[in-house]
Design a protein. Sequence first.
Length: 236
Amino acid sequence: MSDTPRSPSSGNGTPLPVEPSDFKVYKAPASSSGTLLGELPESYFTPTAADIKAAQATLSARTQALINAPLQLRATREAAESAKRDRWPNTTIRVRFSDRTQLEKTFPSLDKIRSVYAFVRSSLRDDVKPIKFILYQSPPKRDLKVSDPKVRDLSLAELHLAPSSVLLLRFEHESLNRSDVPAPLLSTITAQATELPQPPTFGESETVPKSKTSSSPSTRSEQKKIPKWFKAGLSK
């Protein structure tokens, strides 16, 4: 099954190229010295214990939701899905290539993952378009294959991608997955690439003046009231 929608044809039957619209593309971020993040040591990308714990908690919650889903009344499920759609009618997907270049587009939350694949494929160079690729999340690793009915038939909201998610991309050809290989995007798209928004910088934390009402632990302990039964014991 093809991931790309049928292209419009010219009068002579030749397919016309379809390029994506309403998207953003961000250049691969670099360190202050201009070194690509892809050149950082492997340990930099190794998840910490906290990362793994958070990922396991998310996976556990998702698994539990799937287990409990058949137990819910149909009306309850429909009400929950309706509330989710009302809250997040759109889903922003950011696709990250191996060199850290990122494509971003907003889809209706009712769209299927097929729409994201079609968008990415239409953004690739003509020589790369025929090469298969997989979109996935990590950690924990979760492949979002169009061939998987458990993925294909669900909306972006039902896949828990709303309101926004970052998906990683892996090509079938390993040569395209190297961090030193530029994202194989159309030149018209790379020409629109901008720098990733810089995170806010914070100065040295200012000293917070102590409240006039605050007191030291020893002072607070002295101010504690003595129980009546203890006072009675002391007076004996």
